[in-house]
Design a protein around this ligand. Structure first.
Ligand code: PRT
Ligand code: ZN
Length: 283
């Protein structure tokens, strides 16, 4: 049995549970205790603060964990990175007061920067030969310039609206982050096999994101053109309808191409078009 650590509450917890659920792994809905046993796969779920997940996995308290790349980089614990999970996207950036007259990274020399990510910031400052002071604060970093505590901040940004509403301007992006699946580096053979199963399920659910299953009827004379518009995974499925001269065509289409494809298919005579949600793609 594997033990998976996820964030107990916060920005990654709902999506971590959603990924488990799409992968056929159900976690009891009861109030989250520290550990609960999943069904659908022999898995224990351990709920932790995100900051504690890298250490729990590095020590083998949890065999695997879901945590942001920003936290993995900051904590410097020895964990194996298994796969990107495609949610929790954000970046770690430097921001300065919009009125500061910032004119490049040299501006930061001799200034004070507030952050909850001192390790990543210190590494970036050294790489860029900048001598600046680091002021570590947990939470509400964005208000420190207005309070006169710091000249700049180094923090997580996603839409950027928190920066704007605090009169700050994002000036340098230091790293991009998303949720990652990490593992204890010394998993034994048996646990490694269980991990492979989970990775396979996660992949099939992530692969289905942004994809739709489309089926429609098409007249025989338009069949070749319709196949060209709907490439599918290998090629589309074609079934003969009872009415002669007509076929049913089925395929998987990326959401961003869906409407363009449908318009082209309608133009060549497609009828009865159905678009269905996809939960998993097993490759
Ligand atoms: O309690 P615990 O320690 O577990 O949680 P936490 O408060 O430390 O973390 P939490 O839940 O806020 O975030 C968990 C993880 O989500 C982070 O470590 C990132 O990997 C990821 N993530 C993705 C984000 C954001 N997007 C994000 N926008 N984490 C924080 N933010 C903050 C941002 O700093 C800003 O203050 O959300 C605010 C809104 O951002 P904007 O740019 O959209 O305005
Ligand atoms: Zn945290």
């Amino acid at each position: 049995m594997l033990r998976l650590a996820i964030q107990s509450k916060g920005r990654l917890s709902e999506q971590s549970l959603a990924l488990l659920s799409e992968s056929g792994i159900k976690v009891p809905d009861s109030k989250r205790t520290l550990i609960s046993h999943a069904s659908g796969l022999d898995l224990e779920v351990l709920y932790l603060r995100d900051d504690d997940i890298p250490q729990a996995v590095a020590m083998g308290v949890a065999d695997i964990g879901i945590v942001g790349r920003n936290v993995i980089e900051e904590k410097q614990e020895k964990v194996s990175e298994v796969m990107h999970l495609g949610f929790g996207a954000c970046r770690l950036s430097l921001a300065v007061p919009a009125t500061s007259g910032y004119d490049g990274i040299r501006w930061l020399s001799g200034r004070k920067i507030a952050t909850s990510y001192p390790v990543i910031l210190d590494r970036w400052l050294k790489e860029n030969n900048i001598d600046a002071g680091i002021h570590v604060i947990e939470g509400s970093v964005e208000i420190s310039p207005a309070l006169g505590i710091a000249d700049a901040i180094f923090d997580i940004v996603s839409t950027g609206s928190t920066l704007t509403s605090n009169g700050l301007r994002e000036v340098e992006t230091v790293m991009a982050s998303e949720a990652e699946l990490v593992a204890y580096p010394e998993l034994n053979e048996e646990k490694r096999k269980e991990l492979e199963k989970i990775v396979f399920r996660f992949r099939s659910s992530l692969d289905s994101h942004g994809m739709k299953y489309v089926l429609m009827n098409i007249p025989q004379e338009s069949l070749d053109e319709a196949i060209a518009i709907l490439p599918g995974m290998r090629s589309p499925t074609i079934l003969k309808l009872a009415q002669s001269g007509w076929y049913s065509i089925h395929s998987v289409v990326p959401e961003n191409k869906l409407w363009e494809s449908i318009e082209r298919l309608k133009a060549i005579g497609a009828e009865g078009i159905l678009v269905l949600a996809l939960e998993n793609i097993i490759k």
